[in-house]
Design a protein around this ligand. Structure first.
Ligand SMILES: [Zn+2]
Length: 449
């Protein structure tokens, strides 16, 4: 590991004015607030807790995003006045597939314990089982995401790019160590706060990796611009390498400040990829379906033009392009792993900066001002995420009962539970907010055969 001793750790933190207008304060905030504390609020057991926010500093609740399968609002926690993100997972019990998917996402959010992966802070108290229809999860609120930053006029230095890429890979190493494939890594799913701390979010499409190569996996994953060639070519089975491809696309996008492969259709997407990488060999296409392979063989043979990556920007140094080329490899088995990418010298400065002043795993000794480093810069999970429970669930009612039990178990017993205030003005618009716009969902794959 190339992080050097404490004497060099006096650098200024990377930060940028990401925080946009925080919105006018609203004296009507209280009446409008979506979140309410479930009774009894002033229980003596909770008397030591901070009082509810005063009307003067309450910001109005507002929608901030739409994930693959949920709506996110910025709201105020009435217990301490803190701003948090409230995610609604709607239409949970629509079908067995959707209810299992939501349960999986919920279990993942409660499982994660990593600085670069968003996790659940709390779950709202569900109503009686008979009225249990929607699930609300509270997470940390971050001001921006990588998509907003890339399209903004904000200058991105080489240090910014390194520290962002380091954190994406650090979070992904944790997810992959839990055997979880995210399957929708894109700039909009990488939340960033004003200190440039980055967290991977939206696990609506995430699943545990499939060890059985004969099992068919869904191809309706990953937003097209970030979709790996094996998925574009109809591979029946794929691995964690699909997430690494997406990271490569984002790395290129950070360098060039524009989407690396921005095509109108999955077939054109593949064309843009081969324009850069050249025509793949037959062996490199061994995971592809027959139809996609035939299509590729009918095309004219293209030479690779990877040197074009140097023209992305002045920040596309030899080291940067060297790492990028190893992420953008057509054959998923030859593509670099997250572990190996983290060992690339390009990331040494990002690691140094992150652990010098941004992380929560290291600390500065107040007596001598020396930085005390964690023994493990990029921790794995102590155990993999288990999905065996999914196989035992065979009906919507069964999922509903199990999920109800799970939520009740998770409720933080040291704090007053929260619930929705249906009388609030904001709830009316929150209740009617729908799931992701169709354009934001991964489009259907090309029908090759
Ligand atoms: Zn650290």
């Amino acid at each position: 590991m190339a992080v050097v001793g404490p004497s060099r750790h006096s650098r200024v933190p990377v930060s940028m004015p990401l925080m946009q207008g925080t919105g006018a304060t609203s004296s009507a905030g209280h009446q409008q607030a979506i979140l309410a504390a479930a009774q009894p609020y002033y229980h003596p057991q909770h008397a030591h807790q901070a009082p509810a926010a005063t009307a003067q500093n309450v910001q109005p609740d507002r929608p901030i995003g739409y994930g693959a399968f949920g709506v996110v609002w910025a709201v105020t926690d009435p217990r301490d006045g803190c701003r948090v993100a409230l995610k609604k997972l709607p239409k949970v019990f629509h079908s067995l597939v959707s209810s299992k998917r939501v349960f999986r996402e919920l279990k993942m959010l409660c499982f994660f314990k990593h600085e670069n992966v968003l996790s659940a802070l709390d779950i709202l108290q569900p109503p009686h089982l008979d009225f249990f229809q929607e699930i609300y999860v509270i997470t940390e609120l971050l001001q921006s995401d990588l998509h907003k930053i890339i399209v903004s006029p904000q200058h991105l230095s080489a240090d910014h790019i390194k520290v962002f890429l380091y954190q994406i890979l650090r979070g992904l190493k944790y997810l992959h160590s839990a055997r979880i494939l995210h399957r929708d890594i894109k700039p909009g799913n990488l939340l960033v706060n004003s200190n440039c701390v980055l967290k991977i979010c939206d696990f609506g499409l995430a699943r545990v990796e499939e060890p059985d190569q004969c099992k068919k996996m869904t191809q309706e994953v990953v937003t097209q611009y970030y979709r790996a060639p094996e998925i574009l070519m109809g591979a029946r089975h794929y691995s964690a390498a699909v997430d690494v491809w997406s990271v490569g696309c984002i790395f290129g996008e950070l360098l060039g400040r524009r989407i690396l492969f921005q095509a109108q259709s999955p077939v054109q997407q593949l064309e843009l990829i081969t324009d850069l990488l050249g025509t793949p060999s037959l062996d490199d296409m061994r995971h592809a379906c027959e139809g996609a392979r035939t299509h590729m063989l009918r095309q004219r043979v293209k030479p690779p033009s990877l040197t074009a990556l140097y023209t992305l920007s002045s920040q596309a140094t030899h080291e940067a392009v060297h790492l990028l080329c190893q992420m953008l490899v057509f054959d998923p088995d030859k593509r670099i792993t997250v572990m190996d990418a983290l060992a690339h010298p390009y990331l040494d400065e990002g690691r140094l900066r992150y652990h010098s002043c941004m992380c929560k795993c290291c600390y500065t000794n107040s007596a001598n001002s020396l930085r005390q480093f964690t023994p493990d810069f990029e921790p794995k999970t102590p155990h993999a995420f288990d999905d065996l429970w999914e196989k035992k669930l065979t009906s919507v009612q069964q999922v509903k009962e199990e999920m109800y039990k799970f939520i009740v178990e998770q409720l933080n017993t040291r704090r007053v539970p929260l619930c929705i205030n249906p009388q609030s003005a904001a709830f009316k618009s929150f209740a009617s907010s729908t799931v992701a716009h169709p354009s934001e969902l991964p489009p259907s794959p090309h029908q090759w055969e």
